[in-house]
Design a protein around this ligand. Structure first.
Ligand code: NI
Length: 177
């Protein structure tokens, strides 16, 4: 079921989400809804608070045509934590499904190691680089009540997307998550 995505001024997006301790039952339907909602919104990632559920759960999937080893691979992660980040960082534009029509330039670590539990509750450790690492950092921020806006070095780092009929064109849009 597709769930509505909250907009940036909703207080739930500013709360710290709670750990997930049970991996059976309703939570599995929530995972399905998040994947469906992410696909429908053409996003590359979604965190449960973005659909109003204050739990530590994220889904991430880079599009098939993205130049990355993990393109097209779906990651479902409960209680994700960054256990290692590279000292090297880079600035890149990113956008958020909670803030349609804008992108911002954000400095993030080039690579991170993320620890969490998969759909079956098994411990997982994922090494991510480049764009995938960026998306994990963005989604994990959502679980801590942080939006990419909070990382902007100046208001100039926020850019309004040119609109066309039917919304911003894909060419002009950084991937949203
Ligand atoms: Ni976001």
């Amino acid at each position: 079921m597709i769930r509505p995505i909250l907009l940036a001024d909703e207080p739930i997006l500013r709360q710290k989400a709670k750990r997930v301790r049970r991996f059976e039952g309703a939570i599995q339907a929530l995972v399905d809804d998040m994947v469906e909602t992410m696909h429908q919104a053409k996003g590359v990632g979604l965190a449960a608070p973005q659909i109003g559920v204050p739990l530590r759960l994220i889904v991430v999937e880079l599009p098939e045509d993205h130049e990355d080893n993990s393109s097209g691979k779906l990651f479902v992660l409960f209680n994700p934590e960054i256990v290692k980040s590279s000292e090297e960082d880079e600035e890149e534009e990113e956008g958020c499904l909670c803030l349609p029509g804008y992108v911002g330039t954000v400095r993030r670590a080039n690579s991170v190691t993320v620890k969490g539990q998969d759909r079956q509750g098994r411990e997982r450790r994922i090494k991510a680089e480049g764009f995938l690492a960026r998306v994990f950092q963005h989604e994990i921020d959502h679980l801590n009540g942080i939006l990419y806006l909070d990382h902007l070095e100046s208001p100039d780092a926020l850019r309004r997307l040119p609109t066309e009929e039917g919304g911003p064109s894909d060419r002009e849009t950084a991937p949203l998550s």
